[in-house]
Design a protein around this ligand. Structure first.
Ligand code: CA2
Length: 146
């Protein structure tokens, strides 16, 4: 089984800015945690970050036939991107939406996710553990699909 982890804009700054909101863990630290859990479950991981909306769209399109599940922290594009939503719909690979913070407990504009209706579920508010929980959720989604 192969999972594609995609991270959107500014997540490369994790651990370096706004530690009061996002903590001190870097994206590299999170990737290491994800790889550790995935190895224990015998799952393959590809872990990527980009600040570009079009690159996320391209990666989602290219995942067809190459990955079983996509785990997506679309960051700010969560709240704005019809292009990402359309790409998830078009590719038809089960996609899990994740966030470090609880977007529903933050500013009003973060409450709306344009991608949620085309994702199979949402994991929010557990910090780096949202990513680790997403490994577990991906395995469950993949098993229940077969
Ligand atoms: O909680 C999440 O995971 C978010 O996807 C993070 C996004 C935010 O726009 C979403 O509403 C919720 C922001 C990612 C930017 O991360 C930063 C890290 C350090 C300093 C500044 C931004």
């Amino acid at each position: 089984m192969k999972i594609l982890f995609l991270n959107g804009p500014n997540l490369n700054l994790l651990g370096q800015r706004e530690p009061e909101v996002y903590g001190r863990t870097t994206l590299k630290d999170i990737e290491a945690k994800v790889r550790e859990r995935a190895a224990r479950l015998g799952v393959e991981i590809d872990f990527r970050q980009t600040n570009l909306e079009g690159e996320l769209v391209a990666w989602i399109q290219q995942s067809k036939g190459n990955f079983d599940v996509i785990v997506l922290n679309a960051a700010a594009y969560t709240h704005t991107s019809i292009a990402l939503r359309d790409a998830i719909s078009a590719v038809g690979i089960p996609t899990i939406e994740i966030h470090l913070s609880n977007i529903h407990a933050r500013e009003e504009f973060r409450h709306k996710s344009l991608i949620a209706p085309v994702c199979c579920g949402q994991i929010v508010g557990f910090g780096a553990d949202s990513y680790v929980l997403a490994v577990e959720a991906s395995v469950s989604v993949n098993v229940n699909r077969k």
